[in-house]
Design a protein around this ligand. Structure first.
Ligand SMILES: NC(=O)c1ccc[n+]([C@@H]2O[C@H](COP(=O)([O-])OP(=O)(O)OC[C@H]3O[C@@H](n4cnc5c(N)ncnc54)[C@H](OP(=O)(O)O)[C@@H]3O)[C@@H](O)[C@H]2O)c1
Length: 321
């Protein structure tokens, strides 16, 4: 089958189209014929091997596994002997384990869900990593009706879902983004939009019940100043430093947490088929609409990742297979 592979770390030029063996599903796995695959900032981290801490998991000097990509939408091609919830032909989506930029991919049944019927495969492929991270972050924050939630990084992949989901949960939502994306964030349903090039949301004296930080462009001290005395700060990292990435900041939040009245919560989102099923329900109910910025064919994977890294993206970049 055709798949994108990388044999070294580097820029978009390290992503090459190649012929590789098709995966074979284990007993608990579903084999998915991929129609569309989402591009996430995590893919760019693995492509570049940066922050360097990524290499501890993915290979110190070169990628241990050449394949890449997590967010897939397609149809079930075959199932392992122990799979009970899916049948050949089902329209599904999943977060796979680094094999998504390909014609076929396997995923354990527990990480797969039926995909929404109200959107096409390209929009469904925009959902798994970003939608699940947004949902898990808002849940960690205990978002409830009437609470004021600020999403820093509202125009990005995770942020777009976070704004829409927080609104659907009844929260008052403020999104933070650059000037060119203010209208986009408003169109997602944000009640207020802060243009960070003109205004620093931590400096105005306003306090939020929840801050969902997807950028890491403020110190913990500044973020806490903008947080209500019993508010919750969810840190979904940001790229952070070149070596340890976001980990230093997450450890500082963890250490400070027992000594302050505010709740400081690092988020380690994990793939979860039940959360994907909840996103399917919310998308089909009209609570959430996946936003696709641009669609590329698989063979232009390097351009797709470069687009994501450009800073111009509104929502998600997707590839068709
Ligand atoms: N904890 C987890 O398990 C988990 C899971 C998924 C993602 N993440 C992390 O969450 C972060 C967001 O992911 P994503 O997929 O949403 O990334 P993305 O699509 O690339 O979006 C990044 C966002 O950051 C904003 N941004 C960049 N520089 C900024 C600055 N100086 N000030 C304010 N905003 C700035 C951009 O907004 P503008 O374009 O408006 O500037 C953009 O909306 C990433 O760092 C990723 O690693 C963590």
């Amino acid at each position: 089958m055709r798949a994108i592979v990388q044999h070294r770390y580097g820029g978009p030029e390290v992503l090459e189209l190649a012929q590789v063996d098709a995966p074979v599903p284990a007993d608990d796995e579903v084999l998915i014929r991929v129609r569309a695959v989402g591009v996430s900032i995590g893919d760019a981290f693995i492509m570049r091997g940066e922050p360097r801490a990524v290499r501890l998991a993915f290979g110190l000097t070169r990628p241990k596994r050449p394949t890449i990509g997590r967010d897939v939408a397609g149809e079930v091609e075959a199932v392992g002997a122990g799979v009970t919830r899916f049948s050949v032909g089902d329209a599904v989506y999943a977060e796979s384990d680094q094999g998504g930029y390909a014609e076929l991919v396997v995923a354990p049944e527990r990480f797969v869900a039926l995909r929404p019927t109200s959107v096409d495969a390209e929009h469904a492929a925009a959902v798994p990593v970003s939608g699940t991270t947004a949902l898990q972050g808002l849940r960690l924050a205990g978002v409830a009706p009437g609470r004021h939630v600020l999403v820093n990084g509202a125009s990005g992949g995770v942020g777009g879902f976070a704004v829409q989901l927080a609104k659907a949960m009844g929260a008052e939502v403020t999104g933070v983004c650059r000037t060119a994306k203010v209208e986009h964030v408003r169109s997602l349903g944000a009640d207020h939009v802060v243009d960070y090039t003109a205004e620093d949301f931590t400096a105005g004296g306003r306090r939020y019940d929840v801050i969902f930080d997807l950028v890491a462009d403020h110190s913990l001290r500044d973020l806490r100043r903008a947080l209500a005395p019993r508010g919750t700060l969810v840190l979904s990292s940001g790229k952070g430093g070149k070596v340890f990435g976001p980990f230093g900041r997450i450890i500082r939040a963890f250490l400070a947490s027992p000594f302050v009245s505010q709740h400081l919560r690092p988020l380690a989102a994990s793939r979860n088929g039940d959360d994907l099923a909840e996103l399917t329900r919310r998308i089909d109910a009209g609570d959430v609409t996946p936003v696709v910025d641009r669609v590329y064919p698989l063979e232009r994977a390097g351009e797709a990742v470069a687009r994501l890294e450009s800073g111009e993206v509104r929502g998600k970049v997707v590839m068709t297979v």
